[in-house]
Write a protein that binds this ligand. Structure first.
Ligand code: NAD
Length: 253
């Protein structure tokens, strides 16, 4: 299997895209640490994967807790070869109603936590001369859309981080890329559907249909479709791809 002997850490690994990515990487032979806030969903995914998986709890915005979780993960499976920065939050609404707290929480989770996790994983990758960092951005990292200013700004910033860090470490054997999905059928989108229902009075089916028609395929993506793009970037032959922002099912073209 192509990722045998590699250790991957996936943040937000208990649900949605993170859980599907952990399973994809494990199926390729990687040992996987699932990092997130709630032990129960992490353990459920770890149990599905089996002995190759380890669940570590931390809020990604708490640098001390993240450092401890990375330490426990290294004790279990050794240096991190692959880091998937997937944990994220979305809070929509008109610009004038987005509070300072909304902006802080979104940037703490979607950007600054990635500075923390990447600083922890990168030294080991540079030392071994091999590494993969995949940042789960969004189609919102490549273009604007109304009622999502804080989220869109955070994902644009993540794309900037990806492109610049890629240039810094590429010659040292580490690639840094971003995947940029359109709407994916996950708990995050369930929340968006609920918000549309609340603000427009539409039914759940109508709200979901609104979202489905936004994508070029006329439906939401599955977590597995995004996971396979993330996983593909981690495989050996993709060592020549770095600083890329890969749109998955989004209408960025
Ligand atoms: P999700 O809500 O299932 O996943 C987000 C995960 O991040 C959850 O497991 C959540 O518990 C975790 N998380 C959030 N804040 C955290 C914190 N402070 N500490 C630790 N863990 C935390 O939804 P998803 O769609 O799988 O989202 C995964 C990523 O994909 C996010 O970065 C999101 O922005 C991005 N994304 C999602 C969509 C979509 O349509 N769902 C589209 C493009 C990009």
């Amino acid at each position: 299997m192509s990722l045998s002997g590699k250790h991957a850490l996936v943040t937000g690994g208990g649900t949605g895209i993170g859980a599907a990515t952990a399973k994809w990487l494990a199926a390729q032979g990687a040992q996987v640490t699932l990092l997130g806030r709630r032990l129960e969903p992490l353990q459920a995914v770890a149990a599905e994967i089996g002995r190759q998986a380890f669940a570590a709890t931390a809020d990604v915005t708490d640098a001390g807790a993240v450092e401890n979780a990375f330490g426990a993960s290294r004790e279990r499976f050794g240096r991190h070869d692959i880091l998937v920065n997937n944990a994220g939050i979305a809070r929509g609404g008109p610009f004038l109603r987005q509070t300072d707290e909304d902006w802080s929480a979104i940037f703490a989770t979607n950007l600054f936590s990635i500075v923390t996790t990447t600083k922890l994983a990168l030294p080991g990758m540079l030392e071994s001369g091999w590494g993969r960092v995949v940042n789960v951005a969004s189609i919102a990292g490549l273009r604007g859309s109304p009622y999502t200013t804080a989220y869109t700004a955070s994902k644009h910033a993540l794309v900037g981080l990806t492109r610049s860090l890629a240039l810094e470490v590429w010659k040292k054997g580490v690639t840094v890329n971003a995947v940029c999905p359109g709407y994916v059928d996950t708990p995050m989108t369930d929340q968006t559907v609920a918000n549309i229902q609340k603000t427009t009075g539409r039914s759940e089916a109508e709200a979901r249909a609104e979202i489905e028609k936004l994508g070029p395929r006329g439906r939401m993506l599955t977590s597995e479709e995004v996971a396979s793009s993330i996983g593909w970037l981690c495989l050996e032959p993709q060592s020549a791809i770095s600083g890329a922002t890969i749109p998955v099912g989004g209408d960025s073209f």
